[in-house]
Design a protein. Sequence first.
Length: 167
Amino acid sequence: MTLLARLGRHQGGAAAAELALCLPMMMALIFGSMEAGNYMLTEHKVIKGVRDGARYAARQPFTAFDCSSNSVADADVEGAIKAVTRSGQPSGNAKVRVRNWGSNDADVSVTVDCDTTTTTGLYADHGSAPRVRVSTAFAYPSLLGALGFDTGGIAVRAESQAAVMGL
């Protein structure tokens, strides 16, 4: 029997060869699934945050919003809206919902849009109906980025708006 024929029938390293072929694909599936799940969880937290920020803004008094300049008239109210968006607390002392969202006020944007055609009901005494839009965009805190993969181009974005109802 020739050496080549004996090597062809030998099964000793077959399991190791199969593992070496399958392991990279299995690792990619495992880490890819973990990263996808983490992204969805992060996006869910951010969407919930901007929704909470818009709801909090909707409960502020009409005097906190300036329809002539489409902005928040009170800087403290704007800071509280941004703090509620990032942490769930108006004081901002609570832990942020998502890593990398941090305490950077530039990550959260609060804008006011006033509808001057709505002047009935709740808005009869105010002349316009202010709507507050809370939006955010920041770099996604990737799990694979911590392992050295380039994930710098991935961002998380969310936006929500609510009509101001006053106190």
